[in-house]
Write a new protein. Structure first.
Length: 154
């Protein structure tokens, strides 16, 4: 792959983003539209509050599940381009006066170019968008944390 010039970013194509030796990647899809592929997404999961209680004179502390919380996810190494739809989503969220910023999003796991798993995430919105350090090629990428109200395996 040809070396990219750091200060002249161009719209990356799927094959430019992914290393040729990487057979596993993820496609982020928002409202049914594939936005871009990435090599790393973290945080997808569920946490359960543990409620402790005692029963009468029994010295044993009992535990039961409480409220569930779906973790925020972080999409790593988003390619920076002038016309990236993610920017629009961030701006809609910043200026929202209604719930139009909440989107349905899918994370699609691809192996050797074939979909092997999909997670549908609901009522999502950007929680943070952080550029990589402005040095060398790292400046061509950013990380985005997305708040997820709930998700399901599709």
């Amino acid at each position: 792959m040809a070396e990219r010039i750091p200060n002249v970013p161009k719209k990356p194509q799927f094959d430019e983003i992914l290393r040729s030796d990487n057979s596993i990647y993820y496609i982020l899809e928002i409202e049914g539209v594939a936005i871009f592929p990435v090599n790393a997404i973290s945080g997808l999961g569920i946490e359960t509050q543990v409620v402790e209680f005692t029963d009468g004179d029994n010295p044993l502390t009992h535990k039961r599940p409480g409220r569930f919380t779906y973790n925020n996810i972080t999409v790593h190494n988003i390619p920076i381009t002038k016309d990236l739809p993610i920017y629009d989503w961030v701006e809609i969220t910043r200026h929202a006066t209604d719930t139009s910023y909440r989107k349905t999003m899918s994370i699609i796991m691809m192996v050797d170019g074939k979909e092997v798993n999909r997670w549908n995430c609901f009522n999502c919105f950007p929680a943070s968008f952080v550029y990589h350090p402005m040095e060398t090629e790292a400046a061509l990428y950013a990380d985005m944390t997305i708040a997820v109200e709930w998700f399901e395996d599709a």
